[in-house]
Design a protein around this ligand. Structure first.
Ligand code: ADP
Length: 355
């Protein structure tokens, strides 16, 4: 049995017609690190707030260990929460902030001292216990928020974009910290982010949100290698797309009459609209005798990014802008913006979806 189960969960905010969360179904296993990933406004925070108990569902159930929890107040759900804004009390020391969830739970003074010291040690902040939050860096403040979420040894920790206020280097450092804590504590973590690389770094599984619904739930690698639809292909990793009509084979007939071969994902009826997706790293500059799919294009730009070239091209067949990622030696000498070139790709690297 899953530790957390969302079943047919819906949330419509008062005054709104479109649901923020629409018929959500998701099972989270004990000890799992699961990330809710999606663009802004796709319903991730609402889902987390429903789980934490700060919002009530319009329909559906949330079960913890098989028991419905929709009517339980937040402090009876046994979940630690970390917000983007840290939400620390400025007039309290670090230790007092971390102790706060224990005082709500009426833990004795001696046990509180012990638990606070242990929680601060876990996030490497024992030496700053007496400081006020305003004298800490952003990263340190976020560690205090983490210690406060962990101090009562919750079974589940919820985090809503906890690292988005930090600069890139610190964010990456904290991602490794969170991974370490997850490994060491074995706690179930539900994490919200709009950053796909953060989701890939942290998660056992990722649920990709779009318009209040989950498009796909899978491991980071599965999402990248086998996206369920063009939305996931475009949100997890870079992706190039072309529209046309499906043919047997499977293939996509383009508006200019040419045909590209791919791998069908799901069933696509011949003659119906289809979308072909190719990742930039699966494109190459076509060599003489190349028997892959071929696209004529105009080079708009070639950018050297250290370990690879990033080409920006305009396809002749549709005028769409595509991106290609080439190894440093794979760009033919003398190719310059404004010139024509032929790109090639293999059919096993082209997904064909019903549009
Ligand atoms: P995300 O976390 O993916 O950015 P949210 O869950 O915050 O998405 O929001 C989902 C939708 O619900 C958005 O359209 C947002 O405007 C709306 N929404 C969020 N919170 C409220 C609220 N308190 N009242 C009304 N609408 C809200």
């Amino acid at each position: 049995m899953a530790l957390i189960e969302f079943d047919g969960l819906c949330k419509v905010y008062p005054g709104s017609t479109a649901p923020a969360v629409d018929d959500l179904k998701l099972h989270v296993q004990a000890g799992e690190f699961i990330t809710l990933l999606g663009p802004s406004g796709s319903g991730k925070t609402t889902t987390l707030m429903l789980l934490a108990g700060f919002e009530t569902p319009s329909a559906g159930t949330i079960r913890l260990d098989g028991r419905p929890i929709e009517t339980l107040p937040p402090h009876q759900r046994g979940m630690g929460v970390v917000f983007q804004s840290y939400s620390l009390f400025p007039h309290m020391s670090v230790a007092q902030n971390v102790a706060f969830p224990l005082s709500v739970r009426k833990v004795s003074a001696a046990a509180t001292r012990e638990k606070v010291a242990a929680a601060l040690a876990k996030v490497h902040l024992a030496h700053l216990a007496e400081r006020r939050p305003q004298y800490l860096s952003g990263g340190q403040q976020q560690r205090v928020a983490l210690a406060r979420a962990l101090v009562f040894e919750p079974r589940v920790v919820l985090m809503d974009e906890p690292l988005s206020a930090l600069d890139k280097k610190l964010r990456e450092e904290m991602q490794l910290e969170i991974r370490r804590l997850h490994r060491e504590l074995g706690v179930t973590m539900v994490f919200v982010t709009h950053d796909q690389s953060e989701a890939m770094t942290l998660s056992d599984r990722v649920a990709v949100f779009n318009l209040g619904r989950i498009e796909q739930t899978a491991s980071p690698q599965q999402l990248y290698d086998a996206p369920a639809n063009p939305f996931v292909a475009g949100f997890v990793g870079d992706n190039n797309m072309l529209g046309g009509h499906a043919e047997g084979g499977p293939a996509l007939r383009l508006a200019d009459g040419s045909c590209l071969h791919g791998r069908a994902v799901g069933s696509i009826a011949a003659g119906s609209p289809g979308t072909l997706c190719v990742r930039p790293e699966h494109l190459r500059v076509a060599a003489a005798g190349d028997d892959g799919n071929r696209l004529q294009a105009t080079l708009l730009d070639a950018i050297h990014q250290g370990d690879h070239w990033r080409l920006v091209v305009r396809l002749q067949c549709s005028q769409a802008t595509w991106f290609a990622k080439l190894a440093p030696g794979a760009l033919p000498r003398g190719v310059a913006p404004g010139q024509e070139l032929a790109l090639a790709f293999d059919r096993e690297h082209a997904w064909l979806f019903a549009a």
